[in-house]
Design a protein around this ligand. Sequence first.
Ligand code: TXA
Ligand code: MG
Length: 346
Amino acid sequence: MKTQIYRIDGSPNDEMRIKEAGEIIKRGGLVAFPTETVYGLGGDALNPEAAAKIYAAKGRPTDNPLIVHLCRTSDIEAIVRDIPPVFYKLADAFWPGPLTVVLRKTVRVPDSTTGGLATVAVRMPDNQTALALIEAAGGFVAAPSANRSGRPSPTTIEHVIADMDGCIEMIIDDGAARIGIESTILDLISSPAKILRPGHITEAELSPYLGTVERAAETDRLSIPLAPGMKYRHYAPKGKMTIVEGEEEAVIAYINERLASDKAEGLKTGVIASRQTCSQYRADSVKCLGDRGDEETLAHNLYRILREFDDEITDVIYSEAFASENIGEAIMDRLSKAAQHNIVYL
Ligand code: TXA
Ligand code: MG
């Protein structure tokens, strides 16, 4: 299949091409599109065959449910039942934005979209192109991140092209994703509400609306039906990755020692470090994630850097640990998954 690529350029063409993209989705085709978190791979959420195509293009197991994207809060009433009043408060506060809520689905949502679950995950992305596309596509766009299964989520158009060119009808390019990590997923069915996946919207921001918020334990995350996506290996670079946590000087010394012995074995080495420390490592490739105090930048750069290590065919990657407060929780969640929870505490 030949994939059309359209770059949003602020010209009158944008509107026309977004309409065209919407028509592609209405006809059962797939379009990769920008959101504020990561690029999504969109199909018609109410068409069972579109979900099957999404799973095929991603190489993803079909029991891993998709997020349905809306362009109007009230549209949720067509696809969700038993909506708690707090949902509207959360939508007022955080939509459009990187918050996904899990609620009970209506019969309009096909089982293939939700991987057979009786619940559906829903969000409204904070990106004008995404909102216009969802509208043009009929209002309900199912979209996982637009990566091949097991690859980091795509935050730039190059990432989307690398994973999806030739597999889908169209890719819409709107520059680098602003946030860079996926939305916070909040289960509003269980009581108290539960964060299934940490993201840019933090527990501290949610708790004024919800009172207590629970955090899904790692064991919960591995179970069906809570967050089926969590049981698959995600975000993993090809190289073996280790996170090293401890006092700064000890971490630097430990990683440099490991690098020396890896290099002696002929391995290609990489390090993920902060701006403060990146000059101190003797690896083949040292990547600066950003200033330690600047969570927004750390989140923004993470997936690009993991992909760069794949492209460079790095055999071993060491990463510093980062503070896990606020957005840092989502950053450490993604880093730990990439490392398959291989963490050395000094
Ligand atoms: O920021 C995002 O959320 C991006 C953009 C494209 O919107 N999307 C995204 O989708 O990250 P995906 O498919 O890569 O991750 C969705 C996660 C999976 O872990 C999935 O298991 C979980 O959401 N999920 C979907 N529906 C669910 C449900 N009904 N109950 C629990 N978890 C659900
Ligand atoms: Mg994903």
